[in-house]
Design a protein around this ligand. Structure first.
Ligand SMILES: O=c1[nH]c(=O)c2ncn([C@@H]3O[C@H](COP(=O)(O)OP(=O)(O)OP(=O)(O)O)[C@@H](O)[C@H]3O)c2[nH]1
Ligand SMILES: [Mg+2]
Length: 204
């Protein structure tokens, strides 16, 4: 089986491929980087589900492949849920992980650790070209704390700041397998893998 993962984020692709492999699924996972001039999707939705559907539908139309897309974000309680659906472009137009992390730390300046609670969400949508009214939608969450300084070298995005109390580690201090075992994305992917076989059957 060949699946397109409609993403430009290499970290997401690494985690999804590892989770599929760990579950014994032998699908070939392609991403936008494997396509010739893939469309750039404008993520103008106001929810994770809307943005995941925008990515899945545009790339499914373009590639005519079975397509999944992931829209994720970090919700920080002391910031009233920001950056939320705007997590990728938190630092503005010229954003990158480093600038996003710096902005997050600045916004949380002076807030004590106990009040730096946050939650990650991943929503994944699976879409079949021509059948967008039958999308499969799953989500996963993970709770943690935003540290006052980065810790760890692995992962991507806000990983060095996101501390998971049960493990006493940030996501950036975990292996891919360990992060997948408890992360928002890992949980969404396990929902996806549970539901995918029955969802695919309706198209046979
Ligand atoms: O610390 C993190 N651990 C994660 O597990 C994680 N997953 C996503 N993110 C960040 O949150 C935004 C999502 O935006 P997003 O869903 O639009 O993704 P993206 O724009 O990077 O790629 P694409 O899939 O849209 O092409 C981006 O800034 C990502 O870097 C994470 N940060
Ligand atoms: Mg994006």
């Amino acid at each position: 089986m060949e699946i397109l993962f409609a993403t430009t984020n290499k970290g997401k692709a690494t985690e999804l491929r590892a989770a599929f492999k760990n579950a014994g699924i032998t699908a070939t996972i392609k991403t936008n980087a494997d396509l010739d001039r893939p469309p750039v999707v404008e993520e103008y939705g106001t929810t994770f589900e809307q943005n995941a559907k925008l990515k899945a539908h545009e790339l499914a139309d373009y590639s005519q492949m079975l397509t999944i897309a992931d829209d994720s974000g970090l919700m920080v309680d002391a910031l009233d849920g920001a950056p939320g659906v705007h997590s990728a472009r938190y630092a503005g137009i010229e954003h990158n992980d480093h600038k996003n992390n710096a902005k997050l730390l600045a916004e949380l300046g002076g807030v004590p650790l106990k009040q730096r609670t946050a939650k990650f969400n991943t929503t994944i949508v699976a879409s079949k070209p021509g059948h967008f009214d039958q999308d499969l939608v799953v989500s996963g969450q993970c709770a943690g704390l935003i540290l006052p300084a980065p810790q760890g070298e692995d992962g991507f995005g806000y990983d060095p700041l996101f501390f998971v109390p049960e493990k006493q580690k940030t996501f950036a201090e975990m292996t891919t397998a360990e992060k997948n075992s408890l992360s928002h994305r890992g949980r969404a992917i396990s929902q996806l893998l549970q539901k995918l076989p029955a969802w695919l059957e309706q198209f046979e």
